[in-house]
Design a protein around this ligand. Structure first.
Ligand code: NI
Length: 186
């Protein structure tokens, strides 16, 4: 069991697209275990590898008492949408209403390299979208409307954890997302 420090928003690794996994070895299985342990310790409902500083396309979740992991995911989204509060372990204490597709089918691999499909609605679908975004260097505030994001940025700048990063002299990267948001927000 190895709990890893969680990177906060502003860390460049969270804005960097992660690389696909090409070797399904013991190191990958340890990464998945570390992600699950770190998610449970936090506690959180999902965690992506970039959030512990590993830029690989891997994430884990624990939704409705089912723990899962997915490697190199691709997503198919339903056309119907859901509203609801969303948070992220890289933005401690902050929640914003975030529009997402109601359903998502994620295809990828388990840690042994076997192809798997995860079909989720509601919270699981929200999580699959949120975590896949992390692998593309997208964070959930990128999905907010311009005015909501502005409000969020103000709260982030005033948060204790963000102030601590600045005092520590950490390199901080705050970008406006250039990514396609599938028309969910601008
Ligand atoms: Ni997150």
């Amino acid at each position: 069991m190895a709990i890893q420090p969680i990177r906060f928003f502003g860390d460049p690794v969270l804005a960097t697209p992660a690389l696909p996994v090409d070797t399904f070895d013991k190191e990958l299985r340890i990464l998945v275990e570390d992600l699950i342990d770190t998610m449970h310790e936090a506690p959180g409902a999902g965690l992506a590898a970039p959030q512990i500083g590993v830029s690989l396309r891997v994430f884990v979740w624990d939704i409705d008492d089912v723990v899962g992991h997915l490697i190199n995911p691709t997503l198919d989204l339903s056309s119907d949408e859901q509203d609801g509060d969303e948070g992220c372990l890289s933005f401690p204490g902050l929640l914003y209403e975030t529009k997402r597709a109601y359903g998502a089918v994620a295809k990828g691999f388990n840690m042994y390299g076997d192809p798997i499909t995860v079909d989720g609605t509601e919270l699981l679908a929200r999580c699959l979208q949120h975590e896949t975004d992390h692998l593309d260097g997208i964070v959930f505030i990128d999905r907010l409307s311009k005015s909501e994001r502005k409000k969020a940025m103000k709260e982030i700048r005033n948060s204790d954890w963000f102030g601590t990063l600045q005092e520590a002299g950490q390199e901080i990267q705050m970008k406006v997302s250039p990514h396609n948001t599938f028309g969910l927000s601008i």
